[in-house]
Write a protein that binds this ligand. Structure first.
Ligand code: TYD
Length: 222
């Protein structure tokens, strides 16, 4: 039985990595095998591309060049980790995926939507998340959280260092994607405490996959 593919999306500091851990624990408690991964990265080749992109070394390539790099990393990640895990029946939880390319490079980078669609076509080869959780948060709060997490000694990465307007626009793009694909996406209010957000996510996942309280019902495995 093939596993399920759940992606987490949202702006900087929305709490995606913390929430992925909570969800992973809940799913494991239900007896499911879970793989937690992230983009860019998740496989050796993709992690190598990650460090190039986030250092800002590829900024001068422009949005199209960066979109190509994110896509190349995604191809390796899907081939090496995501597809084999799903085929083995594991549930894959991924911190960011193709919606981030649509938002950061596509919309904010002013790329032609046909380019993004073509990249998705060759990169994803039909793979689509079964569920995408959009962690929605006022970017002022998100950026403050990201700053606090990073501490004073560490510099902001390639995208954290974009301005307030960029991050405000990003929030709108993720909300637009969710509105356009309501069967795949659930918007989660990430402004609340970690526990409340986690409870909301677990409820949304259980509802989406028709999971029982603590064990897995048949529909989830079909
Ligand atoms: P990361 O440190 O993982 O940030 P976060 O904790 O916010 O997820 O860095 C990933 C950065 O790369 C983040 O700023 C979003 C950006 N990104 C894109 O621009 N396009 C993409 O396709 C992906 C996957 C990420």
């Amino acid at each position: 039985m093939r596993g399920k593919f759940i992606t987490f999306e949202g702006g900087e500091g929305a709490g995606k990595s913390t929430q992925i851990r909570y969800l992973a624990t809940d799913l494991q408690r239900r007896g499911l095998e879970v793989v937690v991964t992230r983009e860019p990265g998740g496989s050796a080749g993709a992690e190598a591309v990650r460090s190039v992109i986030l250092s800002g070394a590829a900024r001068d390539f422009g949005a199209a060049g960066e979109a190509l790099l994110f896509s190349a990393a995604r191809i390796d990640h899907i081939d090496q980790l995501i597809e084999p895990s799903l085929a083995a029946g594991k549930w894959v939880l991924c911190d960011r995926f193709a919606d981030s390319t649509r938002a950061y490079q596509g919309v904010l980078g002013n790329l032609d939507t046909r380019l993004i669609q073509a990249l998705e076509h060759v990169t994803l080869k039909g793979l689509k998340p079964d569920l995408t959780l959009m962690l929605d948060l006022d970017p002022k709060i998100g950026m403050a959280r990201a700053d606090a997490r990073r501490g004073k000694s560490e510099a902001a990465d390639r995208f954290e260092s974009e301005g307030a307007d960029f991050h405000k626009a990003l929030r709108d793009v993720f909300r637009d994607i969710a509105a356009a694909e309501p069967a795949r996406c659930v918007v989660i209010d990430a402004s609340r405490t970690q526990g409340l957000v986690a409870a909301d996510i677990i409820t949304a996942v259980a509802k989406h996959f028709k999971l029982g309280d603590g064990d897995v019902v048949e529909e989830a495995m079909s």
